[in-house]
Design a protein around this ligand. Structure first.
Ligand code: FE2
Ligand code: FE2
Length: 487
């Protein structure tokens, strides 16, 4: 009787908690939200062929007008445009399949290219060609799309600037070398202040190339001074353009860059701070999972920074009911003991949904939201299923599964494995290397057999590398405890 009364009391308490939370949500002033819908990616889907055709036409017209309106320049411009377009098509089609399939990415690639050509025209018209910020567009292409696209921009735009300025080889070399300097080590650009370094690199390389041509007697000393000043100024223009345009393009095209990820990893941001204060157990679990996921992403050449930040946020949905998750419970008190398995199932499932809506409210990027949504895939909650079986033999395991979707990317799969392995190894009372190995292998094998990786492009070779990395990281984490136990 007492047990029944206690059960009823907890159920009522849970209902009130839920009601209070909903009321709080509706009365709280919502933080500034960047809706996941944005101008281009959700509302207007521009097909690849439209972006491509418009770019080719604009590219042709902008050059044709400069070269002169006659049949010779018409044909010559056409050949130049075709050569450039073929260069892009060959490279992107063979090496950048992800971009080809992504309408928004192709549109961004075209948009950046057209704007860059326009700026090349303007700088030729109103200033010196040496000031053309080809490096800024190459670096934007490298950060927002890929390093290969950045390199293609560097080559193609340098050719355009040279062709627009009497086919001058010195201008081509200055533009190309400056841009290549800007996009070298693009993966190390993790803060907006790094754009200043990029600008400095562009200026230094430009000055060196201009000086080289002067020493070869290609310029007179008055022209040398003039070109030197403009090529040095080029770096400043590159920095200013990057600082102004990058955040705009990140937002408009919903691109998750390393810079954005680093900003999301700041523990002073309100969501991670809330996790630290309101669910310290989950916070600690997320930090451990982030370490494991980040290292596991390296051997399979995936974005380790995305894996880390995805893991930081994967369980933020637990903020709504932190005490119902084992890592936040104090010894001997588990609120699930007095809940029905069905109620427990609902609480567990809701942490994924709550995580997604919290992330949207707090302006978190879509790539992170996808990881939150997929981190449990459609795995089952065995312990509650078994408890439900004790009460009703006809319970279906399918009713005790998370609602998915399954991981769609390798990074989401890595976070899923890191999450489960961290939680499971934490429960090993006396961890040894063999026990950790067995546990990690068991978890990854079970997820594989359960079909959780059937929707992401992960190979058996990848799984082996990820497993080895997870084992070595977890063994490293428990190193002191293992040594202590073995003494
Ligand atoms: Fe979770
Ligand atoms: Fe987790």
């Amino acid at each position: 009787m007492n047990h029944l009364f206690e059960k009823l009391r907890v159920q009522i308490r849970f209902m009130f908690l839920h009601l209070a939370r909903e009321l709080r949500k509706s009365s709280r002033s919502t933080p500034v939200v960047r809706e996941s819908k944005n101008l281009f990616t959700k509302e207007i889907k521009i097909p690849v062929f439209v972006s491509f055709a418009v770019t080719v036409i604009l590219f042709y017209l902008m050059l044709f007008i400069v070269f002169g309106i006659n049949w010779r320049s018409m044909i010559a411009t056409a050949i130049f445009v075709v050569v450039n377009i073929i260069l892009f098509i060959v490279q992107v089609k063979s090496k950048e399949q992800n971009i080809i399939k992504d309408n928004d990415a192709v549109f961004l690639m075209s948009f950046l290219f057209v704007i860059a050509i326009l700026i090349c025209q303007l700088s030729r018209e109103y200033s010196s060609p040496f000031i053309t910020p080809v490096g800024a567009f190459s670096l934007m292409g490298a950060i927002l799309l890929s390093q290969r696209i950045g390199t293609l921009y560097a080559i193609s735009l340098s050719l355009v600037v040279a062709f627009l300025n009497d086919f001058r080889f010195d201008i081509f070399l200055v533009m190309l070398c400056g841009s290549v300097a800007a996009i070298t080590n693009v993966s190390n650009i993790r803060r907006r202040s790094d754009f200043i370094n990029s600008g400095v690199k562009v200026s230094v390389v430009n000055i060196l190339i201009v000086a080289m041509f002067y020493l070869f007697d290609a310029y007179g000393s008055s022209q040398f001074k003039y070109d030197l000043i403009y090529s040095a100024l080029n770096g400043s223009i590159v920095t200013v353009l990057l600082l102004v345009l990058m955040p705009l393009f990140e937002k408009l095209f919903s691109r998750t860059t390393n810079i954005k990820l680093i900003e999301l990893s700041d523990f002073n941001n309100s969501l991670l701070k809330r996790l630290m204060l309101e669910a310290p157990g989950t916070y600690h679990h997320s930090i451990m999972t982030a370490d494991i996921a980040e290292r596991a992403a390296n051997p399979v050449n995936e974005n380790s920074l995305l894996a880390r930040i995805g893991a930081y946020y994967h369980d933020i949905g637990k903020l709504n009911n932190p005490n119902y998750f084992i890592e936040n419970q104090t010894l001997g008190h588990n609120p699930h003991d007095v809940l029905t398995p069905e109620m427990s199932r609902l609480i567990l499932v809701s942490h994924v949904k709550d995580g997604v809506s919290l992330a949207k409210r707090y302006n978190i990027d879509n790539e992170i939201i996808n990881i939150i949504q997929q981190h449990h895939g459609t795995t089952s909650m065995y312990s509650f299923y078994h408890r439900a079986l004790e009460e009703d033999a006809n319970v279906n395991i399918e009713d005790f599964r998370y609602q998915g979707p399954k991981p769609q990317t390798k990074v989401a799969a890595i976070v899923m494995m890191a999450d489960s392995c961290e939680a499971a190894c934490r429960s090993i009372e006396e961890p040894t290397v063999v026990r950790i190995q067995d546990m990690v292998e068991k978890i990854i094998n079970n997820k594989f057999i359960d079909g959780q990786f059937s929707e992401c492009p992960i190979t058996l070779k990848d799984l082996k590398s990820i497993r080895d990395s997870i084992i070595s990281t977890i063994v490293g984490i428990y190193h002191a405890r293992i040594e202590y136990k073995q003494k």
